[in-house]
Design a protein. Structure first.
Length: 202
């Protein structure tokens, strides 16, 4: 492995940096999405039970005292359930925007690495081709330099693709998860508002 890095030339160090950054971001994003999973049906069941047993005001006070995102979102949805639609959307947006930013954090960096990997690989390929032409132009018949240039070009090309392809799949996977979670949040808010309106006698 170390021998391949040496053969690939200086561009390989930039490719290695991209691979380490990409791996870190994928692990960090995966852990975040895994740790923030949420059972909407269970939460709504508990919320409905609390509303029936404790009433609107006491349930609202309990939700506002929680530091969990879904509890805060439910509290806003309940408190402003009877407000004009634009005000309700604005209040909910104040709560959800920061969460959306957390979910989408570093997706742009993954996109950048998807583009940078093949481009750096191409740069390494060109670098290797320069060494090939240098060996040919010298006309010494030394095949060692010729093969070294070919090896450098191919290793960099492969490394760039090996960085970009897994990150492309990871990006698509995370984006799909985030889109699904955002849609679930919209459904969750609608369900909470409906419960609040029923409790309020509307």
């Amino acid at each position: 492995m170390f021998d391949l890095i040496i053969k690939a030339g200086p561009v390989m160090y930039a490719l290695l940096l991209c691979s380490f950054v990409g791996l870190y971001v994928v692990i960090q994003k995966g852990l975040y999405l895994s740790s923030t999973k949420f059972n909407t049906a269970h939460f709504l069941s508990v919320l409905k039970r609390d509303l029936n047993a404790e009433g609107l005001d006491q349930t609202l006070s309990k939700l506002e005292g929680s530091n969990r995102f879904h509890a805060q979102l439910a509290a806003v949805a309940i408190r402003y359930a009877n407000a004009p639609l634009e005000e309700l959307k604005g209040r909910i947006g104040d709560v959800t925007n920061s969460e959306y930013q957390k979910m989408e954090h570093n997706l742009g960096l993954i996109s950048t690495l998807i583009t940078a990997g093949p481009l750096l690989g191409l740069l390494g390929t060109v670098w290797g081709l320069m060494h090939i032409f240098e060996a040919v132009s010298m006309g010494t018949g030394d095949t060692t330099k010729l093969f070294a240039g070919i090896s450098e070009a191919l290793i960099n090309t492969a490394a760039g693709l090996l960085i970009a392809i897994p990150l492309l799949f990871a990006h698509q996977f995370f984006q799909q998860k985030i889109d699904t979670r955002i849609a679930d949040l919209d459904t969750f808010v609608d369900a909470v508002i409906l419960l609040a309106e029923k409790e309020g006698g509307r």
